[in-house]
Design a protein around this ligand. Structure first.
Ligand SMILES: Nc1ncnc2c1ncn2[C@@H]1O[C@H](COP(=O)(O)OP(=O)(O)O)[C@@H](O)[C@H]1O
Ligand SMILES: O=C(O)C1=C[C@@H](OP(=O)(O)O)[C@@H](O)[C@H](O)C1
Length: 229
């Protein structure tokens, strides 16, 4: 999808570890927030343990200027793809090749954002769902859920994340449910995790627009807010 064509600003990527019940060793913020007349863009980071990740350079070495951590206001027209590209460019020197893990609900834009980010960073884009599909002989995620169940899928996903944790220069779009397993966090901590936080109404609209065929957890769940819109 062309993010430029998005009818309204829906890009936001903020890691808030407390909201997923477990504190990862690092947090970073990469995203935008809107004020009545202006758009505020931010990239910031917090170090929680000594084993830092890329965006934590600002804390551990103090060499990212405040202007990078908190940029000024940008007037309309809002171009979230451009914002994402600019932010990605700014953080690139501090990544030192570490992988970016995009986490978020189904439809939050992990694939869309991940492809754009990977181009700017000169990284490869990688979809953990697609790797699970490869591992299971090319079966689609929907088929894997149907034939083997969610636990089987989650086990494969954990194996995939383990392998990815040994690699560099990847932007990884994880499955919406990857964060539910603490062991996955251990692997994702090798890189920088970015949470795409999108309001549920927007998620529902996006998913309703493309259908739930490839998202088995929504496909069979009657009454879910994603399916009601
Ligand atoms: N910022 C955005 N604004 C509006 N729609 C978006 C945005 N990002 C993604 N979408 C659309 O939402 C749907 C799901 O996006 P996708 O990137 O596949 O999400 P995920 O990988 O998190 O499931 C796609 O149809 C995509 O075009
Ligand atoms: O719960 C998960 O891990 C999954 C979320 C969906 O992926 P997206 O988050 O990419 O939509 C879909 O592929 C499948 O249901 C697996």
């Amino acid at each position: 999808m062309d993010v430029k064509a998005a009818p309204r600003l829906q890009l936001s990527a903020v890691v808030q570890p407390e909201s997923i019940g477990r504190r990862p060793p690092s947090t970073c913020r990469l995203g935008v927030s809107r004020e009545p007349q202006s758009l505020r863009v931010f990239v910031s980071s917090t170090m929680m343990r000594r084993r830092t990740t890329a965006l934590e350079v600002s804390c551990s070495y103090g060499n990212i200027s405040a202007s990078i951590l908190e940029s000024g206001s940008v007037r309309a027209p809002l171009d979230e793809e451009l914002i994402l590209k600019n932010r990605s460019q700014e953080i690139q020197p501090y990544l030192n090749g570490r992988c970016i893990y995009l986490v978020g609900m189904m439809g939050s834009g992990k694939t869309t954002v991940g492809k754009i980010m990977s181009q700017v960073l000169g990284y490869s884009f990688c979809d953990s769902d697609a790797l699970v599909e490869e591992e299971v002989g090319g079966n689609s995620v929907a088929d894997i859920f149907k034939q083997h169940g969610e636990t089987f899928f989650r086990n494969k996903e954990t194996e995939v994340l383990h392998k990815l944790s040994l690699m560099h220069q990847l932007v990884i779009s994880t499955g919406g449910g990857a964060v539910t397993r603490p062991i996955n966090w251990k692997y994702m901590h090798k890189g920088v995790s970015v949470w795409l936080d999108v309001p549920v109404e927007a998620l529902a609209q996006r998913i309703a627009a493309v259908g739930t065929n490839s998202r088995p957890l929504l496909h069979y769940e009657a009454g879910d807010p994603y399916t009601r819109i």
